[in-house]
Write a protein that binds this ligand. Structure first.
Ligand code: NAG
Ligand code: NAG
Ligand code: NAG
Ligand code: NAG
Length: 846
């Protein structure tokens, strides 16, 4: 079919209309013959079928009969500025138990693209094969790179350092929309990318439906534009099934390693020839071959008579992603029709109640499958749990079965299957070709600059291991200890005093922290009592501590096992040592005894802002005026972060759970664990790791991976709408147009109907001019491009104005919303502060 399409293109150009007729006839014969062959052999003949062995000098023929083209041939698909191919040494190759596909590779030091002609748009499999071949010149174990298509990120910063199993096959089902599918390899800065083999193969159109039922909401969810990554494909109660037995080249693993309790399950088997597929062709061997339907796990018979229990399989899922779960069934255990009824649960929720296969398939040993979508919000502890157990109908044999299971990750809102980066360069390049010569020239110029820049840089990755250390400069507790000790000498006072807690407050009154002994910390936290845990983060736990005189502290205990946590910890302490402001949570001191990493903060008795908006019914929601004051406080804290130090600091994780309230409801910005100094001009503007929380993340940061203080402004805009509407930034349970608060609120604001969606608790209090000023501030923060967003200083000004409008109204109307004099005084003080000095006081700290 590929050759036919190519033929059609070339001939169509010079022969014109009569040729179309010939082609049509050719096409008809082609289609009929392939279909005939396909149905006779029960084989699928894919329209597009590219199998490449990258870097190999000769074609690689696999045992299943598939031939992978060698590199001289496959190179015609590749565009790369570098031309490096490597192969395993012959001695090694002979001894290797690995598939011959892993014995050669192509290595890229710069962005490189494979392009495939697509004869029929639709879903295509992409399978990528990776194994770091030992090589004296290139240490592929350390290679770190990303892989994307034109519009989908497949892998982000992938490396074998972080992914020890070797080799790795990644399998995707992507949508090829045009006549070309690109696979783009992008090495991380100073590193390289590599690939051993690639498959790009048409998938049968019926394989993946356009919509599927969501577990929980029970509505139909559209996945027609999403890409999928197959993460698990299991053959219950059966053996390994490979491309030998599956015409679609799929691999199905035995399920035993995923069973929570092997004793609960008992394998069932019938000869594969027994399996029937429905006559209406709704299910064919392309959905799953008979070798899958002919085996199953059923409830272990020793147990079925007495106890009700489930067979449970546990798999790992990545938080933040939806999953498509496909359950394969075929009743190979019953002796009569309508004697098997069972329940299927996914993540503790009812997936199918009283599944009655006989009624659905009108027979025994007939293939059937059921798809479900699991929302990311129901994924707890990174676990997907599939269970089958007895139904509620008591008739029939007490049994439950599962024959096969496929688990596919669904691409997220950032068009990614790995992290939160959107694909960048390629799709933009694709659009540019349409927009004329001027832009083309500009792009060429820009590319020239990029290339010059690249060339001038010495490729550090050629030296084995050199970039690894470049990556992780802070990797030992030693560096923490020295910074804590340094701090304890400078800002936390000169010696490690053994005195009691009272001195803490004596020194903190002067804006200085101090060093704590581990014993002091143990005493304060009742030896890290679990009851006292206030929260858990990437770095470890936060405990409520209290001193002998009853003063409360928030004590963060680092978890030394994670490098990530250590880095965040170090960032935080470095950051906080520079910062002090009324609207930032204060660091009181630290402790590094016994290799512990402990930070001691002031305790914020009213907890996170979010709790005072929604979710906690025991807490009275804040009044509108209180909300304005809280927003103003948080804005002051952020403004200080952005402008208060020479370099400026970007918070990177602004959200309502990172704005804390003290006993007087004064807002303080917390959690600088994710903060990072704003890049100065000499440094790269490309941030290496996406940090932040979904729903608050600046879309421009997705597109360009460029971090500015305007990313915080965007997140703060989301916070403002959250304060106004009292709902989460992302709520996947809502209809599509309401899922993202930022989009939803902006739509209503544009319609001039914002008052319809504000929190009913405050609706009666808000004066329209105050609301409009507030909403305008929030809306501007959410501008698509950072340059169009206001600075935190501007936002602050607008919020203070919104508060003034509200108060003026209250004075004129004589109305009160229940928090009168005190808050009025506080805010009057704020505006006096502001007007009284040329440089606003909040810039200078306290
Ligand atoms: C490649 O790098 C990894 C990780 O740093 C290291 O463990 C390995 O020994 C290196 N291999 C070679 C051949 O240098
Ligand atoms: C796979 O196919 C081979 C050859 O046709 C057959 O011998 C084998 O039993 C099949 N395996 C399974 C698990 O069905
Ligand atoms: C089976 O699992 C479901 C969901 O986790 C649970 O609600 C049910 O109680 C379990 N049944 C038995 C008998 O343990
Ligand atoms: C999460 O995993 C941990 C460790 O495996 C376990 O102790 C905890 O109970 C789990 N929590 C839930 C809600 O399943």
């Amino acid at each position: 079919m590929l050759t036919l399409a190519v033929l059609a293109r070339s001939m169509g150009e010079w022969k014109g209309v009569p040729m179309l007729l010939i082609l049509f006839i050719l096409f008809i014969t082609h289609v009929t013959t392939t279909n005939a062959i396909a149905s006779k052999l029960n084989r699928f003949v894919p329209q597009d079928n590219y199998l490449l062995s990258c870097g190999a000098s000769a074609a690689v023929k696999l045992d299943d009969g598939r031939a992978f083209r060698s590199d001289p041939d496959s190179v015609s698909f590749l565009s790369t500025p570098t031309d490096i191919k490597i192969a395993a040494k012959t001695s090694l190759a002979a001894a290797s138990p690995l598939s011959p596909l892993y014995l050669a590779a192509r290595v890229f030091s710069e962005i490189s693209t494979y392009s495939f002609f697509i004869s029929q748009p639709g879903r295509h499999w992409i399978r990528l094969y990776f194994s770091p071949i030992p090589d004296s010149q290139y240490n592929l174990t350390t290679a770190t790179f990303s892989v994307s298509t034109d519009n989908m990120v497949l892998l982000h910063d992938f490396s074998f350092i972080a992914n020890p199993p070797n080799p790795v096959v990644r399998e995707y089902l992507v949508l090829a929309q045009g006549d070309n599918l690109k696979i783009i390899f992008t090495p991380k800065k100073n590193s390289m990318a590599f690939i051993n083999a690639i498959e790009v193969v048409s998938a049968p159109p019926s394989l993946i439906p356009n919509t599927t039922t969501r577990l929980g909401p029970q509505d139909q969810f559209d996945i027609s534009n999403n890409a999928l990554q197959v993460v698990y494909r299991l053959n219950m109660g059966g053996a390994l099934v490979t491309s030998f037995n599956d015409t679609l080249g799929r691999t199905w693993l035995p399920d035993a390693p995923f069973l929570k309790l092997e004793a609960t399950a008992e394998a069932a088997w019938v000869p594969p020839g027994t399996i029937k597929y429905p006559d209406d062709n709704t299910i064919t061997p392309l959905i799953a071959p008979a070798s899958i339907y002919s085996t199953a796990q059923q409830m272990a018979s020793t147990n079925t008579t007495n106890a009700r229990f489930n067979i449970t399989w546990q798999m790992v899922a990545e938080p933040g992603f939806r999953y498509l779960i496909r359950l394969h069934f075929s009743d190979i255990v019953s002796k009569a029709l309508n004697s098997l009824f069972f329940n299927v649960y996914v993540n503790g929720m009812m997936g199918v109640a009283n599944l009655d296969l006989s009624s659905l398939t009108m027979g025994l040993a007939v293939a059937y499958y059921k798809d479900l979508i699991v929302e990311s919000s129901s994924i707890i502890n990174s676990t997907l749990v599939v269970q089958v157990g007895l139904g509620t109908t008591d008739s029939g044999e007490p049994n439950a079965i599962l024959n096969g299971l496929e688990i596919m990750k669904i691409s997220n809102e950032a068009s990614s299957l790995d992290g939160l980066f959107s694909p960048q360069t390629s799709s933009q390049v694709g659009k540019r070709t349409l927009t004329g010569i001027a832009i083309a020239l500009a792009v060429t110029a820009a590319l020239a600059v990029v290339i010059c820049f690249r060339r001038s840089r010495k490729p550090a990755w050629q030296k084995t291991n050199s970039f690894h250390s470049w990556f992780l400069p802070l990797n030992s507790s030693h560096s923490f200890m020295s910074s804590c000790s340094k701090l304890s000498r400078s800002r936390f006072g000169s010696t490690r005093t053994k005195s009691g807690f009272s001195s803490v407050f004596a020194s903190s009154a002067y804006g200085l922290g101090r060093y704590f002994t581990f014993v002091e910390i143990q005493k304060a936290t009742k030896n890290f009592e679990e009851k006292g845990v206030l929260g858990v983060g990437g770095f470890g736990k936060v405990y409520l501590g209290s001193t002998e005189d009853g003063t409360k502290l928030a004590i963060k205990r680092g978890n030394p096992s994670s490098d990530q946590g250590m880095n965040e910890f170090l960032t935080e302490i470095q950051m906080l040592s520079k910062l002090r402001h009324r609207h930032l949570v204060s660091l009181i001191g630290c402790c590094d005894e016994n290799k512990e990493m402990i930070l001691v903060y002031e305790f914020m008795s009213n907890g996170p802002l979010r709790d005072h908006l929604y979710g906690d019914t025991n807490i009275k929601p804040l009044s509108w005026k209180q909300r304005l004051e809280v927003c103003i406080g948080a804005a002051k804290g952020l403004h200080y972060l952005h402008t208060g130090s020479a370099q400026g600091i970007i918070h990177r994780d602004v959200k309502t759970t990172n704005i804390l309230l003290d006993e007087n409801f004064v807002a303080k910005v917390a959690d600088f664990g994710l903060s990072k100094d704003a890049p100065s001009l000499e440094q790269t503007h490309v941030s290496t790791v996406v940090k932040g929380s979904f729903g608050y993340l600046d879309p421009e940061y997705f597109r360009r991976q460029q971090l500015t203080d305007k990313s915080d402004v965007y997140s703060f805009g989301v916070v403002l709408f959250e304060v106004l509407c009292a709902r989460p930034a992302i709520n996947p349970a809502l209809p599509r147009d309401q899922v993202s608060l930022a989009e939803w609120a902006r739509t209503w604001h544009r319609k001039g109907d914002l008052s319809k969606i504000i929190d009913p608790h405050i609706a009666a209090q808000i004066r329209p001019d105050s609301l409009e000023m507030f909403a305008e501030a929030a809306d501007k923060c959410l501008a698509d491009y950072g340059v169009d967003r206001p600075s935190m200083g501007d936002v602050l000004w607008k919020l203070e104005f919104a508060l003034q409008l509200q108060q003026k109204g209250d004075v004129v109307d004589g109305t009160s919303d229940g928090v009168p004099m005190k808050s009025l005084e506080v805010s009057n003080m704020n505006s006096m502060e502001k007007s009284g000095t040329a440089i606003p006081s909040y810039v200078q700290g306290r």
